[in-house]
Write a protein that binds this ligand. Structure first.
Ligand code: FAD
Ligand code: NAI
Length: 475
């Protein structure tokens, strides 16, 4: 006997669980299938984000930042600490507890919104007259029928060809989040978001961290003025970053990992480390979906092909989040999940991919929304730029963290804000104002004329807006 639903969501990451809740709010009978298991074999909804992504990485970033502050910066405030030590096992246990709270929170939200949860793998079985049959196999074993399917199966770490993740010495994001003791030497391949965040965690705890990056430019997708400022800060902290390398053979002896590579000058080098994180991007998860059963089309990257509204080539099947084009970010997945649920209900949900903010949670944090200076130049768009350094911000001085700046880019003719880029304290929070302003098509003058609380870091955004018109007050 199969169970009937209006909407079935495959995957309970931020794309899937939010889509399921929104669809239930709109009056549909909804099921959500997810196969992630916790250590005890129970369900662990929340996907990559909750289990091995956003949440655990931010928990470790917080713990390691406390350690760094206590060890290097508390003395400035007159706080003396003797015998400072780090219990990595406790840090990992705390992180696991934070993850579990989030898993349980999602199960509670499913109950509250009357979403039926099935713990197992979801696959397409058939499509007949617009009615889909799906199987769930695993802890739950069921057949479900529905007219609307939302695929939100996420992504997995991309391995380097020829070297497998053993999650003991060669680590994906998963293993990198549960290293049992601080490695003496840590190698990272890829100076992208994961490489910088996880490299920072273990560097703060005492590891000697070397990051090998294939591209000659550091954070090429980031405004280069901001990226240069961040690079300077990371190098000063002790992260060793080598750009423009070509990684060759990697040998995992189970005790150490050696990486042969050619440096930017063409010299043959070998890096030997105790642990290696490979963070060179992620691949969409479609294996096991049995997409062929309904002729669901994938693109050349293996992502599910969708239009601007997350419609696939099969009427009634939608796809959101990391498994489709666009930035692989939790909030982008969530917005798409909501928009699709609303479209199924005949509404007009829409996500503006040009206004999805990015944050890298290093110290200093890096955050941006909209276009950067390189893109505006490439696209021949005339712009005005205003920057304001945290060094001139009273709150940043009081915090003891004056690294970085806010940079605002506005259209040379209309003054509409085209991009905001921040490197510095609480950039992750400051960027929200820029998102709101840009969604309402604000001009830099709008921000410059709005009263911002004093003393606050957000005054730097106002000052960057004033700087666009060359009239900063505090710099
Ligand atoms: P996922 O979160 O990957 O969820 C997909 C779910 O579907 C999983 O639970 C999976 O088990 C399940 N699934 C897959 N196939 C099936 C199947 N056939 N049947 C049943 N279940 C299935 N993004 C941010 O915005 N901010 C951050 O700070 C951030 N930090 C990150 C840190 C790390 C280390 C990593 C790896 C990623 C981070 N991300 C961050 C990215 C973020 O985690 C992803 O963009 C987000 O999780 C994508 O959500 P999703 O719902 O598309 O997929
Ligand atoms: P990434 O795309 O951010 O960075 C990968 C880096 O590896 C790039 O700089 C690339 O040039 C480099 N690279 C690729 N192949 C290489 C090779 N063979 N040798 C050397 N360098 C190579 O990917 P990452 O860090 O794996 O993260 C995946 C995604 O997860 C991110 O793009 C982001 O979408 C998401 N994420 C988001 C976070 C956030 O929002 N704070 C945190 C962590 C991950």
């Amino acid at each position: 006997m199969s169970q009937n639903f209006d909407v079935v969501v495959i995957g309970a990451g931020p794309g899937g669980y939010v889509a399921a809740i929104r669809a239930a709010q709109l009056g549909f009978k909804v099921a959500c299938i997810d196969e992630w298991e916790n250590a005890a074999g129970g369900p662990a909804p929340g996907g990559t984000c909750t289990n091995v992504g956003c949440i655990p990485s931010k928990a470790l970033l917080q713990s390691s930042e406390h350690f760094e502050q206590a060890g290097h910066h508390f003395a400035d405030h007159g706080i003396g600490i003797k015998g400072l030590s780090m219990d990595v096992a406790q840090m990992i246990a705390r992180k696991d507890a934070v993850v579990k709270q989030n898993n349980d929170g999602i199960l509670y939200l499913f109950k509250k919104n009357k979403v039926s949860f099935f713990h197992g793998r979801g696959s397409f079985l058939s499509r007949t007259d617009g009615l889909f049959e799906l199987s769930v196999t695993g802890k739950s074993n069921e057949t479900l029928q529905t007219r609307h399917v939302i695929v939100a199966t996420g992504s997995s770490a991309r391995p380097l060809p020829g070297i497998e993740f053993d999650e003991v010495n060669v680590l994906s994001n998963d293993g990198a989040l549960r290293v049992g003791a601080t490695p003496k030497r840590l190698g990272v391949i890829g100076s992208g978001v994961i490489g910088l965040e996880m490299g920072s965690v273990w560097r703060r705890l005492g590891a000697e961290v070397t990051v090998l990056e294939g591209l000659p430019t550091f954070l090429g997708a980031v405004d280069q003025q901001i990226a240069k400022e961040a690079h300077k800060a990371f190098v000063k902290q002790g992260l060793k970053i080598e750009l423009g390398v070509k990684v060759g053979e990697i040998k995992n002896t189970k005790k150490t990992v050696s990486i042969a590579y050619t440096d930017a000058k063409g010299g043959a080098q070998t890096l030997t480390v105790d642990k290696l994180i490979v963070s060179i991007g992620r691949v969409p998860n479609t294996a096991g979906l049995n997409a062929e059963a309904v002729d669901l089309k994938l693109d050349e990257r293996g992502a599910i092909e969708v239009d601007a509204n997350c419609r696939t080539n099969v009427a009634g099947v939608w796809a959101v989040g990391d498994v489709v084009r666009g930035p692989m970010l939790a909030h982008k997945a969530e917005e798409e999940g909501v928009a699709v649920a609303e479209r199924i209900a005949g509404q007009h949900g829409h996500v503006d991919l040009d206004l999805v903010p990015w944050v890298i949670y290093t110290s200093p944090e890096i955050a941006w929304v909209g276009k950067n200076e390189q893109q505006l130049k490439e696209q021949g768009i005339a712009f005005k730029a205003g920057t304001f350094p945290f060094l001139a911000n009273g709150r940043a001085r009081a915090l003891g963290d004056t690294t970085g700046m806010v940079k605002m880019l506005a259209d040379a003719t209309t003054d509409e804000i085209l991009g905001v880029h921040v490197v510095g304290p609480m950039a992750s929070e400051l960027i929200a104002e820029a998102c709101v302003a840009m969604a309402f098509k604000a001009s830099s003058e709008d921000i410059a004329r709005i009263c911002h609380a004093h003393p606050s870091l957000s005054e730097s955004t106002k000052e960057a807006a004033l700087a666009v018109d060359k009239r900063t007050l505090n710099f």
